[in-house]
Design a protein around this ligand. Sequence first.
Ligand code: PEP
Ligand code: MG
Length: 877
Amino acid sequence: MAKYVYDFTEGNKDLKDLLGGKGANLAEMTNLGLPVPPGFTITSEACRHYLAEGAVPDGLEREVSEHLGAMEKRMGKVLGQADDPLLVSVRSGAKFSMPGMMETVLNIGLNDESVHGLAKQAGGNDRFAWDSYRRLIQMFGKTVLDIDGELFEHALDTLKAGRQDTDLDAAELQGLVETFKGIVRDQTGKDFPADPREQMRLAVMAVFDSWNAPRAILYRRQERIPADLGTAVNIVAMVFGNVGNDSGTGVAFTRDPGSGQQGIYGDYLQNAQGEDVVAGIRNTIPLQELERLDKSSYDELLRIMETLENHYRDLCDIEFTIERGKLWMLQTRVGKRTAGAAFRIATQLVDQGLITLDEAVTRVTGDQLVQLMFPRFDSGTEKKKIAKGMNASPGAAVGKVVFSSERAVELADQGEDVILVRRETNPDDLSGMIAARGILTSRGGKTSHAAVVARGMGKTCVCGAEELEVSIAERRFTAPGGVVVKEGDVISIDGTTGEVFLGEVPVVDSAVVEYFEGREPDDDLVRAVDRIMRRADEVRRLGVRANADTADDAARARRFGGEGIGLCRTEHMFLGERRQLVEDLVLASGDEERQAALDALEPLQKADFVEIFRAMDGQPVTVRLIDPPLHEFLPDIVDLSIKAATGETSEKQRDLLAAVKRLHEENPMLGLRGVRLGLVIPGLFAMQVRAIAQAAKEVPGAKPEIMIPLVAAVQELEAVREEAAGILADLGVEALVGTMIETPRAALTAGQVAEAAQFFSFGTNDLTQMTWGFSRDDVEAAFFSRYLELGIFGVSPFETLDRDGVGRLVRIAVEEGRKARPDLKLGICGEHGGDPDSVHFCHEAGLDYVSCSPFRIPVARLEAGRAALAECDSDTR
Ligand code: PEP
Ligand code: MG
């Protein structure tokens, strides 16, 4: 038969699924012999049953009765007994901590009779008894009876009339109890329930119900906590911090959660009950001052804190109450901490011999590392926020606003810091993006051009700030409230939060990035990062490569620990001065003209590859042949049309306009791009392959890999591969030829595709786009926030790989690809390659490497190490 109730002596810290965090840890502390009030836990399974069926499971009431009976026997008191009452608290406690999201009711068991018994127990302390009673009605009224808490607050404030709550005397509090009972009657049409068992029963159900309160639902979505876990409920014998000045309540951390330093951190409030500390009704005092007030409780608390740290082998946070000089532990858990503290604490614990270095690696996360890698705005300064967009590429950037790439380059050349503001960017903006400190767009999502390129460069970017009206022509934008920002005005953008500020906000640089750039570790945070990264590198199975297409990016990738380039996009190599040649290519009227344009491009491409091969010094470089549709490289259709309308065009421009119109596509992302372009424009891919091969010949040790984009059928690949193989053979160059898997059809026919490919690289940006049918440039700004709100997904599938859908395609392709070609090399080069959860997926799916932007390489290395350790852990379990 199912067991729904566990005494604190029966549970332990590993039963969080069943007993919730609070219950499991109260049991653990009980078993450690620490002073925990007696109590028991109703399991989350009972809650799940209640939420599904609308009624508590059979047998629950009997079990609760038995445990309560045992508790009463142990305490020598009966719940709510008139002359000597046992009182209990009913506290929520889910598996994952959801601070303040769910309900707690204290002082259950009080009524018009037992309030006198409580006063007697406390040596005739009437004030304390009435204070406890009014708290019960207030909490019960709000939580269980769903009465607006303001009504109680207002009555209390009126009575206090500017005094502290501790200034109220017994008679006043007794009057307040009557007022509160009146509120209950008015609001519910019924009397406050006097029966202690009924109070407890209703409170338990209210805690169950609070799992589905709107704020709890919202919090779970934000924190990605599954919606179906339910909460456990703890019933704990009351101890009182509000009996007088020899009593009180407090919270403490076993070390500083901000910095990780060891020491005493916490707050204490005299003559108060639990919720008063967090509610901030009176000013707390630093925990150290408890030593002066009650030395023996203080010393005992320190001893317990040490016991807990040694036992949990981690920073713990604690809630405690002192009742007339006797210390009671009401809660502990492994405490939250800042990113810097996480790294410091993990290595401190290794030094203390409490954990191994492998455990230290598992105690920190890639997300925490990212937080340490970006410059930050100084938190102490006042800021004027004018808009919020998407946090597309983290960091903090300050500069003068410019609206064109040319202006960005011009001002940057003069030594100015600039922020490039555009409605959206396109490949033409690259020079401006490179010159700018940060990029702000009013359109586009996290995989928009601006976002992808900025992340690649490690440049701060806020995209899709739709509140901004950007007028490129007038060189200004308007923010809500009529704030107008003109070219040259200074703004500050926070790519970590998506916020945009008017004026200059001071920025602090990251010491961790300086370390990855090669500086010797010279402070304890950087030393901690260094130790953990070294171990992650030793244990990881996944290789880590970079998405890089310039020599600078390639060099940074190596400094950051990259082991090759997994994606060298070749499209930027067709921009700038070379645009002219692309125009010639498009306008070519015959084979000869086209070949001439290609011949002119070839040496330029070769020079690009030579630089990259040199920078990578013998590490593999996967070069992807040109992918975007050709018209992206032509002038803007609007500009050309305006010129044509005003008669300002040359013959060439008129031809260009005709070409742009001819090439125009309704869905360019699904149109003539990638391998399709290579098959339609004779000589285009051949030129690129020749340039790669010739560059490889020139750089000793170069390891080129040629990658074909957007393949959907093996026949496409075969056609291109044959030509490429011929060129490589002619030039005597060895290079792997492989394909991206970025269409669902390629994944589903991976067995066939692998016959013609020596490697697969999953292009999960396009694969996500095509699997979901989401236009990657539009949907994030258009409706993702609504989808997140509705819980359709907990995180954008462009950010974290969708394991169920896209992941399934990846697994199919891995399995069938390897079956057809056992030595098939497998990687990923979509944006997911630098996302922590997706890196774990790639490890589990058996890929050989992930490839991500240079700045994400350390994150990928760390997460790959953590994934390997997680696997060892589950192997030994
Ligand atoms: C992809 O689609 O995942 C990919 C890496 O290619 P791109 O982003 O250049 O389309
Ligand atoms: Mg792609």
